[in-house]
Design a protein around this ligand. Structure first.
Ligand code: F6P
Length: 555
């Protein structure tokens, strides 16, 4: 691929950005009643209104041409067909195989992986049904009714956030408790409320080497033994999901309770694998399967829809437009649905661990911005904290709003609550787009007692520039199928952007150094490593920590 920033589409987008300077979306809406129809697209029950963006037909055409220049569709087809596109780890990228209901084979290293995918799903279904039917008994004969799901990163975020988002679909026979942080209070707060005789510990770690997960699992094992369990009872109370099946067995986990995963599934793309077992345990396996089917539907859409109707392409290209041609550093996710409050954190890992890179596939430095900072939280809460900056600062922050149009609830005032939620969501997108001009603010103050000079000063403070972009994603309700489609939509958005920037979206070398140095500091704290081997700051910090453990001033 010729140099990205020297390409014709890239140059055209630079010129278009200059041309649009000074233009305002509210004028485009006034001039073109068909704007919404032209800049909306629907797939898998998700309607994306992208009309409140700083775009016109020329911009979208140039963005689609940029995707063509970067051969994104060919790269997409290479991913689905199992090519080794994760070039630094020599792996295929096939989280899509985990939800492949086409009946087609998926070949990795000459072997069709679908039989093992299907057998693992069958094993998950059987495990889930046994547990939820109260037929999985502990060593004292009690049915297991609490699950402590231990994992971190992609082995935690997907299971926890997806389960949380689908709370209305939870069964009430088993409670799943998630533990991730190595901070001891996390697992302590979970274990202190549980009866070990009724508890199953499910450890998820693709590598089976992650320090936090190993420590938390060891603590859970020590707790289990302290409460009266014996080594022989571990087999009935511990299960594991890992690609390192040998290590799991060496830990003492019953081989029947070890669920495999594969190196062609990246951690942040793994909720569709047995890593998603906690989701099935919360919802029942049929609902988990619906999640997979929603993602499969989005896969089929991504593979087949023309770019101008292709939701992943549209969201990705708009993100490139703001990141590379409008100076945006971040992208905010605003789910207007309490149960989706974790979604920004999920997409944070998905996007930032995939595209937070600065070298191309060939190892050359990249001469343009890449992955944005992803952040956000649920509406309407954000309106009472950070929305001020999005509305009135000079920092451009494109936003995605997500809203289920219906919540199936007969709870007290449910309809009124939901109407207020939706009105706030839509009102925010409108305020971001149209703003409030200085003259409008000045006119509002005309009846006040302020002097003309003071009215002008106050009006300047009240002016809302508007022209702030947002996408609004609406869907009938947040059921498992729809959520699966939404997650796959963002996975493929990340893929398209990585393909345009020519980064490897599927490795994560940037997290390795911190892990190595953290272990060395642990040795320093434990006196196994001389402090002289650390920089002065780290050595001082270690000294302070060690001293604090020795001081006897208990509060
Ligand atoms: O953050 C680095 C990382 O490797 C993530 O990519 C991964 O999801 C997480 O740590 C947990 O890894 P594992 O599942 O191997 O314990």
């Amino acid at each position: 691929m010729t140099n990205l920033t020297a390409s014709a589409p890239w140059q055209a987008l630079n010129q278009l950005a200059n041309q649009l300077e000074g233009q305002h979306m509210r004028d485009w809406f006034r001039a073109d009643p068909q704007r919404v129809a032209r800049y909306s697209a629907t797939a898998c029950g998700i309607e994306v209104d992208f009309s409140k963006n700083r775009i016109n037909d020329s911009v979208m055409t140039a963005l689609y041409e940029l995707a063509d220049h970067c051969t994104v569709e060919a790269k997409r087809d290479a991913m689905f067909s199992g090519e080794m596109i994760n070039t630094t780890e020599g792996r295929a990228v096939l989280h899509t195989a985990l939800r492949n209901f086409s009946g087609d084979a998926v070949i990795v290293d000459g072997e069709d992986v679908m039989p093992q995918v299907r057998s693992t799903l069958s094993k998950m279904r059987e495990f889930t049904d046994t547990l939820l039917n109260g037929k999985m008994l502990g060593y004292t004969g009690k049915p297991l009714s609490h699950v402590v799901a231990i994992g971190i990163g992609g082995s935690f975020l997907g299971p926890k956030i997806i389960s949380e988002a689908l709370k209305p679909y939870h069964n009430d026979s088993v409670r799943v408790h998630f533990v991730a942080n190595v901070d001891g209070c996390h697992i302590r707060d979970v274990l202190k409320s549980l009866d070990h005789e009724e508890t199953l510990v499910l450890m998820s770690s693709k590598s089976f080497t992650t320090q936090e997960t190993l420590q938390n699992t060891q603590t859970a094992k020590d707790w289990f033994m302290q409460q009266g369990g014996a080594q022989k009872d571990i087999a009935q109370h511990f299960a594991c999901v890992s690609s390192n099946v040998t290590a799991a067995k060496e830990f003492g986990i019953n081989p029947d309770n070890v669920f495999p995963m594969w190196d062609w599934v990246g951690g942040r793309y793994s909720l569709w694998s047995a890593i998603g077992l906690p989701i099935a345990l919360c919802l029942g396996f049929n609902a988990f399967e619906q999640l997979l089917k929603g993602a499969f539907a989005m896969d089929e859409h991504f593979k087949s829809a023309p770019k101008h109707e292709n939701l992943p392409f549209i969201l990705a290209l708009l993100g490139v437009w703001y990141r590379n041609f409008q100076g945006a550093q971040s992208h905010v996710l605003l789910p207007y649905y309490h149960y989706l409050r974790g979604f920004p954190a999920y997409v944070q890992q998905l996007d930032m661990e995939s595209n937070g890179k600065q070298v191309t596939q060939s190892g050359k430095s990249i001469n343009c911005a890449t992955g944005p900072i992803i952040w956000g939280s649920e509406g309407t809460n954000g309106q009472h904290s950070f929305h001020q900056l999005i509305h009135q600062s000079s920092t451009l922050i494109p936003a995605d709003f997500l809203l289920p149009l219906r919540v199936d609830s007969n709870d007290l005032n449910a309809a009124q609550h939901h109407a207020m939620l939706a009105s706030n969501c839509f009102g925010q997108t409108q305020a971001l787009m149209q703003g409030k001009s200085y003259d409008e603010c000045l006119a509002d103050l005309s009846a006040t007692q302020y002097s003309e000079k003071e009215r002008m000063r106050i009006a300047a403070h009240k002016t809302m520039p508007g022209n702030k972009p947002s996408n609004t994603l609406t869907f009938e309700r947040l059921d498992p199928f729809t959520l699966g489609a939404i997650v796959a939509l963002y996975e493929h958005k990340v893929f398209v952007q990585g393909a345009i920037w020519d980064v490897n979206s599927f490795d994560q070398w940037g997290v390795e150094l911190g892990k190595v140095l953290g272990n060395q500091v642990l040795d320093g704290i434990g006196g196994k490593k001389d402090l002289g081997e650390f920089d002065a700051s780290t050595a001082r910090l270690i000294e302070r920590f060690v001293h604090a453990q020795q001081s006897d001033d208990s509060h």
